[in-house]
Write a protein that binds this ligand. Structure first.
Ligand SMILES: Cc1cc2nc3c(=O)[nH]c(=O)nc-3n(C[C@H](O)[C@H](O)[C@H](O)COP(=O)(O)OP(=O)(O)OC[C@H]3O[C@@H](n4cnc5c(N)ncnc54)[C@H](O)[C@@H]3O)c2cc1C
Length: 357
């Protein structure tokens, strides 16, 4: 029987592993994750542009667990039997637990049609998939949020440096970065134009054929591969369980990150929706911020004490890499652009990775 079972090597669970590495606990802990490696999405852009190696953007979960005295199992959980406190892995193994915490992230939705599509989630498939997309004749990114914009700009930067035609296209149903702020949106429009990216915003794909997309407004766009980055989609794992979910299939948790009526189940990161805060953006920043509350509450629950609530900060700092070692820094409604922003991002990301080596 596993006392504490951590499912997924996401941001919140990485923090828990670091804590256990610093101070051992008197109960047994197991981490099950779909891959031995956790790839850090904050450095996807730098890897795509050719600034970081694969080794630099990934964390070896087996090594980190060994240092923490935690058992590591590489498996993908495919079934949850919360009532009987059992999980089933793709390997067929059954895991009995006293307490479980999910931090399995999210996936990305498909675009209808026969066009070749690149999937960069779960994160361990990213390096292999992005190689093909970087070199394709007509790369098209779908999605004008932070991830879509960052990937489009880093593919464009790589193509410029490697003798490929810099012809990345972005299609977005809303103005780029409109969910961040008006300032960020107008700044990024100038940056993408200056970097030669063609943008079709406030438009959507209506039809796809082998080499062409047709948008709702009637535009015909050459496309050999599509990279959909249209926002997080829930794992089917929860849909097929008795655990409560929100209307999009994300695991529904209380502000304590505990599941109502299933007190032995906790969750954090992209895979959860918080009952009293359903609009909370899904990003690594919030997954990291949830970790101290998750860890605190797991231990409070184990000792029979009342749990504490996760209170998210209203604003968060974000730095997008926009290619050529330049960055767009945003905080609340403010947006600033420059080489200093990329250097700051680089130092934050390298420091984060260094904590796990
Ligand atoms: C291109 C791109 C760039 C981004 N850049 C940033 C950024 O700069 N800053 C930021 O804050 N956010 C960024 N994001 C968003 C960020 O990637 C996610 O919000 C973040 O990774 C969520 O963290 P998480 O802890 O929920 O899960 P993840 O980091 O996705 O980790 C989930 C883990 O669970 C494992 N797993 C999945 N399913 C199972 C299963 N069934 N069984 C066992 N293990 C499983 C996976 O292998 C993985 O180890 C970016 C996203 C993309 C696509």
């Amino acid at each position: 029987m596993i006392d504490l079972l951590l499912v997924g090597g996401g941001h919140a669970h990485l923090g828990i592993l670091r804590r256990i590495r610093m101070k051992a606990v008197d109960y047994n802990v197991t981490l099950i994750s779909a891959s031995t490696y956790q790839y850090y999405s904050g450095m996807f852009s730098g890897f795509t542009e050719g600034l970081y190696s694969e080794q630099e953007i990934r964390i070896n979960l087996a090594e980190l667990c060994e240092q923490a005295g935690v058992q590591f199992v590489e498996d993908t959980i495919v079934k949850i039997d919360a009532a009987n406190r059992k999980l089933v892995g793709a390997t067929g193994k059954v895991y009995d637990f006293k307490l479980v915490s999910f931090d399995i992230g999210s996936s990305i939705g498909d675009i209808d049609g026969s066009m070749k599509q690149i999937k960069i989630k779960p994160n361990f498939v990213f390096p292999k998939e992005i190689h093909s997309f970087r070199e394709t004749a007509f790369p098209v990114v779908v999605g004008g949020g932070a991830a879509g914009v960052e990937m489009a700009l880093s593919v464009q930067a790589w193509r410029l440096n490697n003798g490929f035609k810099p012809n990345v296209t972005v299609i977005s149903s809303s103005p780029l970065l409109s969910s961040v702020s008006e300032k960020a949106s107008s700044k990024i429009m100038k940056i993408v134009k200056q970097k030669g990216i063609v943008v079709f915003d406030q438009d959507e794909i209506k039809e796809t054929s082998r080499q062409q997309l047709i948008t709702k407004s009637g535009k015909r766009i050459a496309c050999s591969e599509l990279l959909p980055l249209t926002g997080p989609k829930a794992s089917s794992l929860f849909t097929n369980s008795l655990l409560p979910q929100d209307e999009n299939g994300f695991l529904l948790v209380e502000s304590t990150l505990q599941v109502k009526d299933f007190p032995c189940v906790f969750g954090a990161g992209d895979c959860v929706s918080i009952q009293n805060n359903p609009q909370l953006p899904k990003n690594g920043v919030y997954a990291v911020r949830q970790e101290p509350v998750l860890w605190g509450n797991i231990n409070l629950y184990l000792t029979g004490k009342p749990l504490k609530s996760f209170v998210p900060q209203k604003k968060f700092l974000s730095i997008l890499s926009v290619g050529q070692q330049e960055g767009l820094f945003t905080y609340g409604d403010n947006a600033f652009y420059g080489k200093w922003a990329w250097r700051l991002k680089h130092s934050i990301d390298v420091k984060f990775m260094g904590k796990h080596k």
